[in-house]
Every structure is written in structure tokens, then in C-alpha cells.
Design a protein around this ligand. Sequence first.
Ligand code: ADP
Length: 585
Amino acid sequence: MAQQTGELVEFRPRTSLVARLVVVVVIAITVLLIWISNLYLTERFTQETRSRAELRMALYAGNISSELQRTSVVPLLLSRDPTLISALNSGDYAATSQRLISIRDEIDVAGLMLLDGDGRTVAATDRRAIGTHHRNLAYYVEALRSDGTVFTTQKQESGGLVFSHSRRLQSGNQGIGVIVVEVDLARLEQQWAFAGEAIMVTDSEGIVILSSEPKWRYQPIDQALADTTAPSAIERALQATADWLQTPAEAFLQGSAILRLDGKIGFQGWRLTYFTTFANVRERVNGVLALEIMGFAILVALVFYILSRRAVQQSNLFQRESIELRALNERLQQEIEEREKVERHLEVAEQSLAQSSKLAALGEMSAAVSHELNQPLAAMKTYLAGARLLLQRHRPDEALSSFQRIDDLIGRMAAITRQLKSYARKGGDDLVPVDLREALNAAMAMMEPQLNQMEVRITQSIPREPVIVRGDQLRLEQVIVNLLRNALDAMKTLKERQLDILMSAGEMAKLSVRDNGSGIDDLDQLFEPFYTTKKPGDGVGLGLAISSGIVTDLGGRLIARNSSTGGAVFEIQLPIVNEQTEAAE
Ligand code: ADP
């Protein structure tokens, strides 16, 4: 469970980093692809537009040229027409106009006119023209002069242009009239305008003679293009382009936004100029790009959807886990509370145990103390009864020795109570720097009679300088006396008694007392109160317990071990007091 949580905690930041990276990469790829496809599609569609424009221009140029060529043969045919020649010769034009109308319908031209030798219209498809004079007009004058068909562009009074082929009619070698064939090029203009094309046709002098835009007509091409007074097809195209490029439209007339194609028509030096805009290229490219962007948007949305689903799943997992963790926490809390309760119970139990063990100890001690005290009391009673009898029998000397024994017993009882008193005393109240050497000397002096009596060989190794510890000298003496007395007890049955006393002052002050007795039977029980191996009357088992308590009170410890050479070693260890530190304090 804990392991799982750890993995997830580690996993979460990594996931969000990966997600961000994926999104950034997808966006980068999208931008790159859109950029590349923009370039590619623009190039491709531009090329397509250019090819289409070239094709259309060729088509329009072909239309004009075929229209002119088709109609150019009509004057030749009509100049040899016998009906027209005979009408001119006879001056009878009654049926001529009708004939011209039927010819016009057949060969599809704008109009036909027959002029007589004076340049007067004698027959025409447009009956209103009959009777009008054309003696000064180019198509009449030039046709009379020429042997072939002439083409002329005649400006009308209304402002429009009339394109016509004309040819002389002959009778013998005499020119008797002129046939004029009007070419309908305006029809083409209408077609261009209808198709929304921007086209102009200029003559050999660069004057616009045909145009999809009426404003351009009959002026030099540059002037026509500079004219911005009215919206034209090209302006509309330019405007569309300007919206796209945010740049003045004219700047692109020669540039790439507007395509201008020039070509020869192959008739009298005429040229055709064709304009087309790339606006539709933009539109088409934009269409494809919009599709691409939509595709990527769907992809990104999909990625987000998947990521959000994963996030939801993860958060569900975390939620579940946190619920589990909370439950676990609550269980732990309960357990802790139970433990605390148990501990409290245990403490109470321990306290009552301590209480009862204290009571037990008190009971034991009372038993031992009363046993210890009862014996000398009983003995004293016997000695006193004996002494009384001896006194009654007037034997005072013997009675005195009884009193002496009673005195000894009193001393013994005093020793027991003294020990108990020191056990009951609280330590740590009046601690002063004490020279351990002095405590040892005093204890040795106190024990000197017994040591001498038992002929104990003593070796002492003691530092020359004072060994200062914090304590109370009387209690330290009591501990040392107790150790010496135990050592003497242990060596009681020996002939050769050896006592080694060693004192040192290192980090701790140490005082060890070694005897060559039988050694310690039970090291574990040694310091327990009332543990003794001695006969009742010889010991109560309080000495070491009390001594250990005193040393512990002074901040040190009392340890015991059996020597490798036999016998027991007791060592008092006490913190040493630096005299300078002491002085400073
Ligand atoms: P007591 O001397 O009244 O028995 P202590 O507490 O002084 O009480 O000693 C407890 C016991 O420790 C002794 O009965 C003895 O068995 C053991 N003991 C103490 N000192 C020595 C020693 N130097 N050598 C062997 N045993 C010892």
C-alpha cells in the first residue's frame, strides 16, 4: 500500500510533464505542417492559376483573331457578288438591302453596308444608314485606293469604335462602289465582362480598343491602369488582394498578387493584356489550411480528452487511496489510544507492584531486622539472667564478663540500626568536594584492629595528588568499610590473606578492593537487598545494596567481578572533580 502510494507520488509530476511536452510538440508540428502546406499549396495553386490564365488568354486571343479572320473574307466574297455589281451598275437597289440582311444573318456579322462610287450608302442591313455619306471616312477612302480588303477602326460620334473590313467593287477596271463589313467585337467584350475577366486589347499604338472594363477604353494602357476614379474589375481584384495582404493594392499590380499576362493577337500589331487575381488561390489555400487546422484541433482535443480521462482516473485512484489512508490513520489512532490506555494501566499496575514490592521488602526487612535484633536480645536476656545469678552468688568478676558480652551485643545491634539508618538517609543534600584518599585512610584506620587481628597482608597503590570527588566523606567511608569488612569475611577461613587496594584518578576516580577469598557466588543477586550467604547473625545482606545506593547517589557506580586469580574485586567509580572548575563554581 505504502509502496503503491510512493510510486504514484513519483508518477504524477512525470505525467503532467509528458502531457505538456506532447501538447507543445503537437502544436509545434501543427504550426510547421500548416506553414509547409501553406507554402506548398500557395505555390501549387499559383502555378495552376497561372496555367489557367495562360490558357484563357490564349483562348481569348484566339477568339478575337478567329473572329477577325472569319469576317475578313466576307468583303472579298461580296466584292465579286454579281447582284451587288449589277445593282451598282443599274442604280436599282430595291432588293439589295434585303439581300445584305440575309447575308448578314447567314455569316453572322454586325452589319453590312454598300456604298456607291460617291460614298453614299445605297444599301445596308441597318436601313437608317441608307442615304448617309461616307466619302471622307477611312473605310471608304482606303478601300477605293487599295486592291485588297482593308481593316479600319472608326470612332463613332457616340464614342464607340466600329471595326470593319471594306473592299472595292469593280466593273471592268472601274471602281464602282465599296462593301463595308462591320465586325462585332463588342460581343466579346460583353462575354469577358460577363465572365468577370479583366482583359484589355490594345492596338499597335498602345491605345485600349477593347476592354472588359468600359472605363479603360480608348486611352493609352498606362493611363487606363492609373485611372482609379471608378471601381473596375482589376480594382475589385486588387481590393480583394489588399484585404488579404494589408498592403496598398497598386503595389502588387506588377507583383505577384495580381497576375498580368501580355500576348500578341497576331492581327495588326494588336496585343491582349489579361489580368487575374490570386485571391482565389488564397481562398483555396485557406480552405485546405482550415481543414488541416480543424484536423489538428480535433487531434489536440482528443489528446486532451485522453489526458483528462487519465487525470480523472488518477484522481479517483488518489481519492480511493486517501480514503484508505484516512481509514488506516484512524485505525492507527485508535491503536495508539488503546496503547496509551494500556500503558496507563501498566503504569498503575507498575506503581501498585512497586508499592507491593516495597511492602514485601519492608516485610522481609522487618523479618530480617527482627531476627537480627531478636538474637542479641535473647542472648542479652540470658547474659543478664546469668549476671544476676552471679551477682546474687557474689561472683562479680564473672558477672562483669557477662556485662561485657551484653555490651558487645548492644554494639552489634547498634551496627544494624546504623546501617538501616544510612539506608533510610537521602543522599545528594550536602555534597562537598572530598578527597577519596582521605576517606580511604579513615576507613582503613577504622578497620585497622580487625585487619591487624586477622594478619592481612595489604598492598596499597594510591596517587600522590588528591583525588577529589563530590560526596560526603562519612558515607564514602561507610562504603569502603563495608567492602573491607566483606573482604575480611571472605578471607576468614584462609591462612594467607591478601588485600590489594588500588586507587587511580583518570577520567573517573576509581578505587578497587581485591581479596583472595572464595569469590562471589552470584553476581546477579549481589546488590539485591537482603542477599547474603552468611549465617544469620553474621550478615543481613544490606551492606552492598546500601553501598551501591550511596555510590549511585554520588553520580558513580559500584561494580563487582571475580578476579582471574581467585577472589573478588569491588570497584567504586566516581566522577572526578576538577579543582579549578570547582574553584570557578
Ligand atoms: P552481608 O555482608 O550482610 O552478607 P552484603 O550485602 O555486604 O551483606 O554482602 C552480600 C553478599 O555478598 C555476602 O553475603 C557474600 O556472599 C557476598 N560478598 C560480599 N563481599 C564478598 C567478597 N569480598 N567475597 C565473596 N563474597 C562476597
